[in-house]
Design a protein around this ligand. Sequence first.
Ligand code: BGC
Length: 926
Amino acid sequence: MSANILVNDLRCESLQNPIGIDTKQPQLSWKLIAKRHGVLQSAYQVQVSKTITWDEFVWDSGKVLSDNSIAVKYVGQALESRQRYFWRVRIWDENDSPSGWSMVAFWEMGLLNPNDWAAHWIEPEQDAAKPEPPINMFQNLGTISPQPDADYARLNPAQYLRKEFSAQKTVAKARIYATAHGIYQLSLNGARIGDIELAPEITAYDSYLQYQTYDVTKMLATGKNVLGAILGDGWYRGRIGLPGDSCQYGDKLALLLKLEIEYEDGSRETIISDESFKSSTGALVYADLFIGERYDATLENTGWDRLGFEDSAWKNVNTANFGYNNLVAQYGEPLRIVQEIKPVAIIKTPNGETVVDLGQNIHGKIRMSVQGTTKTEIVLDHAEMLDADGNFMQQIRGRNKDQRDVYVCKGEDVEVYEPFFTTHGFRYVRITGYPGEPTVDDFIGLVIASDLRESGSFTCSDERINQLQENIRWSQTGNFVSIPTDCPQRERAGFTGDAQVFIPTACFNMDVHAFFTRWLRNLQIEQREDGQVPATVPYWRSYIEMFTPIQGGAHTSAGWGDACIIIPWTLYQSYGDERVLAENYATMLRWLDYVRQEAESGIPERLGELSADARERQKHLWNTGFHFGDWLIPSLTGGYSNPFDAANATKEVVASAFYAYSTELMTQIAAVLGKEDDEQRFAELNEKIRSAFAKEYLGDDGSLPAHYQGMYVMALKMKLMPAEMRLPVTEQLVGLIAENGYRLDTGFVSVPYLLDVLSENGRQDVAYKLLFQTQCPSWLYEVVRGATTIWETWDAIAPNGEVTLASFNHYAFGAVGDWLYRHVAGLDKAQAGYKHIVIHPHPDEHLTHTKATYQSVYGEIVSGWELEDGLLRVDAKIPPNTTATLRLVGANGQLVASELPTTQSGNDLLVEVGSGTYRFEYPYSV
Ligand code: BGC
């Protein structure tokens, strides 16, 4: 009997049909589609073959009794370089009825061995870039691009490379494997290859440099062809990070490339990067990833990327021996233009300037159409904000933050310019020198981000909250750019703290499984010998130089380094992937070992002589050293003017709280991985930290010496008190919030837990009040002020209208998104990967309806509620191969008996269900 189930959405390493991967035992997943309710998988069979005719299997799992459909590890024959593998799946349902075979999917391997390359790294003849002198931006926070013009003179030209070759027979398959020092774009016979941006992206290049694989089968001509490449500075030698230093990884651009052609007759041909390539500079006079680029179309080497171009005047390239050991296949989704935005207006500002308004703050670039006479120079300056008077302003801290692109017209009909190797964080573009009057049709905003699949949506009856959700999503798009960046204009650095704060929200909005898996692999690489996990990953030299002096030589901070535990744990929770825990386990242990040593050896000086008891207790408190604390608490830092005040006032409590939290998570991680000794050890340590904390810091009235909202939030979240003290601690928190006029006063690391600890401790009313607050500081204050992204500081536009030097695209405070999905709409889980789902809406008087959707690894989950005429309607959708508890708030005694098994829990009714859609309706008042 057939199970009437469709097996679909086959994914390999969370991607559909990836090419050029190098995971030796890829993880496979699929979803089930069925009309009926209560579908479960009881067994599966996976078949993998080199041929689509299934002549021979490299792996046939046979019927495996298992409900695993989300992370099935390939355990067949060793996978071979370049080989494409076809695969299909069938399953058996809970009645042991089989499904049919799924549609066929595939993955294709990249180059698995260094020997496969046999290409040379080539460097165009070029002047080595001169490193910029370091400048400690944390001590120069007011600096804004001091000498733009002088700086431009020191920027480097892009390099163009070309090679002609012939492919004489009919091509069956052709692949290019390529990477660069710098960023690169390839072309074949004048056409751009692929649509990915800023390859090879940013990773810890010295040990992890990605190469990309391109299918160029259809682009090759029979006969002569010409391969072109352009190289720009990118992260490799451009001016990156807050300090804006150049040459982080090297001072010369280079290319590594291999084209492999397979002809229909079975013969092969290979073109490699070698001395036969020619190189030149060209129209890209300079191209810096952050500052901007200058494209002088009059300098174009017309036809350089096509056949027959006379390149005898071009320079040679030199081969260089950088080896292949740091090469890794692109893992996860590449960067792409993920959206195009038409401007909403062209503004004439009060001081007479022309400014394009995209209506949305983005990360990306602008495409411009222009018709001008030869040498007409158009300057495009990018900014996130206009000032209080509506004039264009440059408001990004740091040197080298100009965000200025310049286009010099060739003098043709209509010319279209789109920057190659630069991106900006902006909503507004000031246009200077444009011939005639530009219109909105002359510009398009191009949003550049890692091309992640949208996985969630949250909507409700309040448009301001919907806008908040939109702003969160936009800040995620603007900052999930190869790595999770702090902001897309000033620093673009992979701040570990920001990432851990935001990851639960990120997992709802988009499929970030592969994205974070890759970043964590880089985190492992960047972990210091002594276990410290740096504040940024990758850990650029400029950050080492900037941070270590202010951090007393340290490289990390509580809440930042803990990302190595919190992030894998959250990924495991969201995607059910145990491998991510196993892969990062050694890093976690080393991190906690570092923290333990710091805690045991460091005793705050102010304590003086200690009793034996107190000394013992101090061992379990991580209360010394540098920390960012509850970064950017508004009442302490006054915007960004003194960020370290909040850090200093809160670091003791924050560091000990994270020590407790990370050991708590480690207890659970060790349990998942079956490491019983560690589980036991961390459980004991966690207990000791929590009781030491309570003894050291907690007053009888529930007060803490650092009397700030965030500290109570942390204490409650990390359970740093005996159970009977939860109430007084909650009262302290609520007291502070009330004193502050129901406005929040939390920094980066406490904000994710603020609304949770209130609602979990009986004060959902206060949580909702904070959510709906519109006075500064609050989430809706930003919305009311017209924000289209999440700001770095709550008062980035001060209540008096002043536009400050903060970033307007920092996702950290958007961490509330998780609570919207999970608490307001009630889309939650009781088992990793949403294997067991909990639907638990929390209606409130501020709203009449909400709906959350989430594309889980098992399929779509929906949780929604609507309150109308005293009736509460709850809608739920549960995907196959999962089960769910629907927790119907206030339904006990109200619901007409359902056929489904129910239990009572206080005023609520719990209904146990399998897959399917469900609707319940019952009298309810808020
Ligand atoms: C970044 C942050 C970061 C903080 C603390 C700032 O410059 O923009 O978001 O977490 O430094 O290191």
